[in-house]
Ligand binder design. Sequence first.
Ligand SMILES: [Zn+2]
Length: 155
Amino acid sequence: MRHALSLADKAEALGEIPVGAVLVDSEGNILGEGWNLSIIENDPTAHAEIVALRHAAKKAQNYRLLNTTLYVTLEPCTMCAGAILHSRIQRLVFGAPDYKTGAVGSRFHFFDDYQMNHSVEITGGVLAQECGEKLSAFFRRRRVEKKAEKIKNNP
Ligand SMILES: [Zn+2]
């Protein structure tokens, strides 16, 4: 999760919402990394999780990512939960809850509702405070910047 947090910093440096994700195998080797790129890539699907899964699948030349664990700093949305399901990852570990769009218990219960033969082991709230604080600080700063811009444009 520490590594995922450092990837979130990469998103933040680009002006993206700071979320990071890393996929590892059963020995802890890194298979794929991702951070939010939606704004820069003009891609609504470029969430950290999807970027990490794409990276790993391309490298593995396999769309199934069996026996892997995905670490992500924020609770996945429904889109990413779907991608997690389709990639057949074994375990999901996430940091901060997302009460607005979280699909793993905070807003929706994707993995409970979905009747499937593949089940994902889920651990939430890992370094939740640190992961959440990174996001809060980002949005706080952005609000201040937006306000300053407004004042600048309407003196
Ligand atoms: Zn997502």
